[in-house]
Every structure is written in structure tokens, then in C-alpha cells.
Design a protein around this ligand. Structure first.
Ligand code: ADP
Ligand code: MG
Length: 277
């Protein structure tokens, strides 16, 4: 049994964690409407619409180059869309058809935290230093408080004993779990994962997916770009299939994976399920 198959505890391990809703009456945390982005003449996002409710897990799948990373980077303020609007938590919409004020961009950036394909840890800092960097330097959290919170989070992902090690002393799976803790330490409303296991050796994938699945069960709201269909099937409330800068098809994982409506979705799933055909 792989770790992701292991039974998971019932919802609500941490009473302070947001509750996993699973219901359609939970508040919309993020709404993206008509997001467009071009790089030169390359129209990478051609009108992306979706919303994420509090406690929901949305997975984004699609071929390489379809625009998945650009969607996440646009949500996190790392890219500025050329058009469309984003709305967080029912607040005022950020309208990208006009110049966006710096304050708006910074406020948007603080809403989410991203876990990258490569962990992006600072090599010259220990694990704990990496984790408290964002809270202390960017969010001005007092160091003692940031340390206590970082230690609790490391303990939660089974890495308490790696506190004072350097990234190169950890396995790839451990490094990526520190990457997740670093995102959690920012206490974001929304977690964004960009193919968090694609750079890992196969035997290390399970431990990382297991942590992400637990966070989902605890009620974290997340958007996950992944090719791990078994994970998406077990953790996702909704799957969005992207191709050529548009969302071609969306639905519950059970629908999309067993009975896709669109040819393009079917061809993509066939390719990743039977890559040697
Ligand atoms: P995916 O994550 O689905 O593989 P990306 O969002 O990374 O897709 O990229 C979509 C397209 O946008 C690709 O053609 C890529 O080359 C292009 N692209 C992404 N980022 C940049 C950038 N900073 N400058 C120019 N082109 C980019
Ligand atoms: Mg990508």
C-alpha cells in the first residue's frame, strides 16, 4: 500500500484549521474571471474562469505548455495578467484591464503561498531558518513566535529532527516537505502547488502527496497542478483540464477521469495513463 492509500484521519485534526466544506454553500474564496496573459505574441492564457470555495481542492491538469504554471503565478502576483479580474474572499475585484496599484498586488500576493516544482530552499540556511525567513522578514512576525510556529509545523510533517540541517543533507522528499512547511508558515488563505512531486524520484512521491492529502483533509483550500491522477481522484473536489490557454473541461474527478466529455481531455488522459502506446 502506498502512503497515499493509507487511511486518513477524519476531518478536523487541528481544530484551528479551516473546516473542509465539500459543500456548495461554503463561501467563495477566490474567483478568477476572464484571465488573459500574453508573452509577446504568445497568447498563453486566453480567458480563464474558475472559482475556489473555502476548503475546496481544485486540481489543474493539462499538457506541458498549456498555461498551468502561468495560472498559478497569476494568482500569486508573480505574473500580472493582461486582462480579466481576480476577487479574493468577496473583496473588491482586482481588474487587470487597467493598471494595478502596487498595494493591490501586494495584498493579493499575501493571500496565497506557492510550493514549487523544485523546492527553492535557500542552500545556505538551515531548515528552520528557511521556514522563518518569510514570516520574520516579509510579515514582520517576532522571531520567537515564528520559531515556535515553524517547529510545530515541522513536527507535523515529521521533520522536527531536521530543524538544524541544511537542505543538501535532506532527501528530495524531505526538502519538498520543508517547502510545504515554508508555505504553511505564511498562514495563507490559499495554497498553490505547481507539480510538487514531478522533480522527485518515484519512491519519494508518496510521502509528499500524503502530506498534501492530509492538509486537504484538514480543510486547507488549495489549487494543485499535478499529473498524479490517483492523488487528484482522491483529494480533488474539482478537476480543471487546460489545453492551449483555456479550460477545456471541468468536473468532479470521477466524471473527468472515467467519462471525459471532450476529445482533447480523453487524448491527454490516454497519453498519461498509457505513455508507451
Ligand atoms: P505549463 O505549466 O502548463 O507547462 P506554462 O504556464 O509554464 O505552461 O507556459 C505556457 C506558455 O507560456 C509556454 O509556451 C511558455 O513557454 C510560455 N511562458 C511561460 N512563462 C513565460 C515567460 N516568463 N516568458 C515568455 N514565455 C513564457
Ligand atoms: Mg508548469
Amino acid at each position: 500500500m502506498s502512503p497515499i492509500d493509507a487511511p486518513v484521519p477524519p476531518t478536523g485534526g487541528d481544530p484551528l484549521a479551516p473546516r473542509r466544506s465539500g459543500s456548495t454553500d461554503a463561501a467563495v474564496l477566490l474567483s478568477a474571471r476572464g484571465i488573459r496573459k500574453s508573452f509577446g505574441s504568445n497568447d498563453v492564457l486566453r480567458g480563464i474562469d474558475f472559482s475556489v470555495r473555502r476548503g475546496e481542492v481544485v486540481t489543474l491538469i493539462g499538457p506541458s505548455g498549456s498555461g498551468k504554471t502561468t495560472v498559478l503565478r497569476s494568482l500569486n502576483g508573480l505574473e500580472t495578467p493582461d486582462g480579466g479580474a481576480l476577487e479574493f474572499d468577496g473583496g473588491p475585484a482586482i481588474d487587470f484591464s487597467r493598471p494595478v496599484a502596487k498595494a493591490e498586488r501586494l495584498a493579493m500576493r499575501d493571500r496565497s503561498a506557492m510550493v514549487f516544482q523544485h523546492h527553492n530552499l535557500f542552500p545556505h540556511m538551515t531548515v528552520i531558518e528557511n521556514v522563518i525567513e518569510g514570516p520574520t522578514r516579509v510579515q514582520r512576525v517576532p522571531k520567537a513566535q515564528a520559531l515556535a510556529s515553524a517547529e510545530a509545523l515541522l513536527d507535523r510533517v515529521g521533520l522536527a529532527d531536521k530543524r538544524d540541517q541544511y537542505p543538501h543533507q535532506l532527501s528530495g522528499g524531505q526538502q519538498q516537505r520543508v517547502g510545504i512547511v515554508r508555505a504553511l508558515a505564511l498562514k495563507p488563505d490559499l495554497l498553490l502547488f505547481d507539480e510538487p512531486t514531478s522533480a522527485l524520484d518515484p519512491e519519494l512521491v508518496g510521502e509528499v502527496l500524503h502530506v498534501i492529502k492530509e492538509l486537504a483533509d484538514e480543510g486547507w483550500t488549495m489549487v494543485v497542478v499535478t499529473h498524479e491522477l490517483q492523488f487528484a481522484r482522491q483529494a480533488a473536489d474539482e478537476v480543471l483540464f487546460m489545453d492551449g490557454g483555456v479550460i477545456v473541461e471541468r468536473g468532479a474527478p470521477g466524471e473527468i477521469f472515467t467519462n471525459p466529455r471532450e476529445d482533447r481531455t480523453r487524448r491527454f488522459l490516454d497519453r498519461i495513463l498509457r505513455p508507451l502506446d
